[in-house]
Design a protein around this ligand. Sequence first.
Ligand code: S5P
Length: 367
Amino acid sequence: MIEELIQSNCIKLGSFTLKSGDISKYYFDMKNIISYPNMLAKIGDEIYKKLQDFDIICGIPYGGLPIASYISTKYNKPLIFVRDKAKNYGTQKLIEGEYDKSKKCVIIDDVITTGGSIQYNIDVLKDKVDLVEVAVIFDRQQNYNCSLPVKSYLCKNDIIKYKLKKIMKEKQSKLCFSADLNDKNKIIDILKKIGDKIVVCKIHYDILDDNDGEFKKDLINVSIKHDFLIMEDRKFNDISYIVEKQYSKFKNWVDLVTVHSLVSSDVINCLSGALLIGSMSNNNHDFTDIALQHAKNNKNNVIGFITQKRIDCDDLICMTPGISTKETNDKDQKYRTSSNVDTDIIIVGRAIYNSPNIEETISKLVN
Ligand code: S5P
């Protein structure tokens, strides 16, 4: 279904300027689903299966109405909807359709971002019907506020997980390039050369000076052209109130982000495409057990682990840094060769960007 949503332009990848002025790598236009009735029906059925028992269904105009109307007619659940403003003529109604306080009601929308329009519907309906829950087609995972539980058919983490696995398969590659250079132009030049061979480009955005945001734009464009994901290796390690603020700088344009495992579940819950630190290449601390626990408790937020050894957990991906062409140490970095690693993705920095022949080094690393 994710592939179908991409093909039908409900999920778009590119460089999009948002209302806030920020740049986003994704644009979710679920309203386009009305042009694909079979897809709308499939998703409507899946959403219906997830819902608790209810009597009436409220669709939020415009995006939620088509899917709510489908569920309403197919499953014989009467439909209501709330107007933006009460009509100032005729009946002056704010709520269309029939309802009363005894009716268990679910609210349906296409996408949840801030939760603002859903909360408006909840506030209008809360004394008029028996509100049960909210369901949406797509959760952008932007830390919404909503006073009712929200179920989603898909979330951004699902899209990223799907994209990563698809790229790995199509390119037959397990290489993540760690672009830890200060020279932004050099990073982009290298990516233009090796972009087709890598699945992820990992950065430490705080190493760079990108006040004008030009590097960010260039990186997004090169990542779309050569089809790889962008990872910010931020290793979040604070309370969720702060991490939310720190993450807001990245959430619209990076696909993946690293987080330490010694944080609370609330931190992981505010991320998408999260990679939990299981074990590091520089010392013997092992956080595997706690990382595993977080992964199990936050399935909608986590993509996998940064780890020195394979961690088996459902379909999660294991990535390993500390890889070079020779087994050696560089201060606290302990290098192994890729043939000694049993995980899905190898993360390589200096061995690539300091190499006099990058292409040759890459073929040594991946063969
Ligand atoms: O355990 C770790 C985890 C990470 S994410 N050890 C690491 O070295 N890293 C990162 O991988 C590190 O921050 C750097 O960006 C990269 C390794 O770079 P290299 O130049 O040593 O290959």
